[in-house]
Design a protein around this ligand. Structure first.
Ligand SMILES: *Cc1c(COP(=O)(O)O)cnc(C)c1O
Length: 299
């Protein structure tokens, strides 16, 4: 499978001699979105190899990962169980409604219990309760996910200097860095507040995959817009203009913020003249239906 590269044109960067492409991972698969497909690919193979018939994973009520696992289970013949943070709200939001329609069984858990999601004792309990499912961590991030995300870069056929990517758990950028093996510069745009905590996790993920350490990457932590699920009018305004100008759908949690920050960096003169930049569109567009419902606005 291949995700196309779309070149974006604007005076903002072209006057500075900078070229910008978007790697449209959002187009990889209609329902297993972008980086979530990359992260699931080898996990699905492993689950089959180990003869599991059920996938179990964790996520919030609007999680792109929950939607992706539900769709993957349906397409590849696994039962799916979603451990959802917080209480049930009816009617189901668009993400959870999609997941149940794809066959996922939802189990709600208190925020306290949810925090144990990596605790081996809790995981052993879940394994027993649900008849030995293949357990995928929150956000889909593990060493096999990192392996899958190395293919984001092996898939790029043009010359470039920088690659940009939004980050949540750091699995995607870890795969990009590992795949580049020290070549080029990688910029990560954390969607959460205080993204610096991610640095160490990304280093560990790269280690767990390849045993290597690399220095050709950096996290841009200035523009979080107040964290994960908050949407500021300034960001929405930017997204509207950008989507229209470039015919490129965005969502406000990851890709909208990444492009906002990237354009800012370009305008500040961060990139030397002649730079060629690839920005990865990690997908996540399924989340827009939930924002539309909550905010009463189209994105
Ligand atoms: C999950 C997700 C991310 C974050 O990926 P990580 O591997 O957790 O860093 C980025 N963008 C989108 C659209 C996502 O759905």
């Amino acid at each position: 499978m291949e995700a196309p590269l779309q070149q974006l044109h604007s005076k903002i960067w072209e006057e500075q001699g900078i070229a910008l492409w978007v790697k449209r991972e959002d187009l990889l698969h209609p329902t297993i979105s972008g980086n979530k497909w990359r992260k699931l690919k080898y996990n699905l193979q492993e689950a089959k190899r180990l003869q599991h018939d059920t996938l179990l994973t964790f996520g919030g009520a609007y999680s792109n990962h929950i939607a992706a696992v539900a769709a993957a289970g349906q397409e590849f013949g696994f039962k799916t169980i979603g451990i959802i943070r917080g209480e049930e709200h009816l009617p189901l939001n668009p993400t959870l409604s999609f997941a149940t329609t794809a066959g996922m069984e939802l189990h709600y858990t208190s925020r306290e219990a949810y925090r144990q999601k990596t605790d081996p004792v809790y995981l052993a309990q879940l394994a027993e309760q649900f008849a030995n499912p293949y357990i995928i961590p929150e956000g889909g991030t593990n060493a096999l996910a990192v392996k899958g995300c190395t293919e984001i870069v092996s898939d790029i056929s043009i010359e470039y200097d920088y690659i940009c990517c939004a980050s949540g758990t750091g699995g995607t950028i870890a795969g990009i860095i590992a795949g580049l093996e020290g070549e080029k510069q990688v910029l990560g745009f954390p969607a959460l507040k205080g993204g610096e905590f991610l640095r160490e996790e990304i280093e560990q993920l790269i280690q767990s995959y390849s045993g290597q350490r690399y220095d050709n990457w950096q996290l841009i932590t200035d523009y979080h817009f107040g964290g994960y699920a908050k949407v500021k009018p300034e960001l929405l305004g930017f997204m509207r203009g950008f989507q229209q100008e470039h015919n490129l759908p965005l969502e406000p949690v990851y890709t909208g913020k990444m492009f906002y920050s990237l354009i800012d960096l370009i305008q500040e003169g961060y990139f030397p003249k002649g730079s060629r930049i690839v920005a990865v569109h990690t997908g996540g567009l399924q989340g827009n239906a939930g924002f539309k419902e909550r905010l009463g606005i189209a994105l």
